[in-house]
Design a protein around this ligand. Sequence first.
Ligand SMILES: [Fe+2]
Ligand SMILES: [Fe+2]
Length: 172
Amino acid sequence: MKTYICEICGDAYIGEERPSECPFCGARHNFIKNGVEANPITVQPVELSNRSKKNLETTIGLEMKANATYLCMAGKAQTYEIKAMYKRLAKVELEHANIACKLMKSAMPPAGTETCSDADVENFAETVKLEEVATNLYVQFAKESEERNVKIFFTALAQVEADHIQLIKKIN
Ligand SMILES: [Fe+2]
Ligand SMILES: [Fe+2]
């Protein structure tokens, strides 16, 4: 067993092999380092520009909304597999909000509630829409970031949300 650390969320994964994605924030394997080598973006000191502060605040709102939406979808899911998938997606999005709060040095906002459909197929379509909005926004935010760790954060997040679209499209 070894300790691997995700440089995006800073969480440790303990196992025999490096996971293909971070189990906590979904970051791709290239962000997961051997424990001793890891330098997580959330522990690097950074002075945030006003632009980055604004973009991170938008991110926190979007991720909290996604968290509440996916919890609603988990509650309505027709199969245990879909329920478990949405519960995991909800946790991943909550972790994204948590990382943005760490970069901002701010407290997590209270969880809200969102509505969703009773039909899985409609929730899949809504999920793809949400994730497309997030992916495009994070690509733009990555370009706008002057701080190295904020740029890395948005680059990693854009990939994670794009991976979520692929996940949903495979179910359909
Ligand atoms: Fe992670
Ligand atoms: Fe997210």
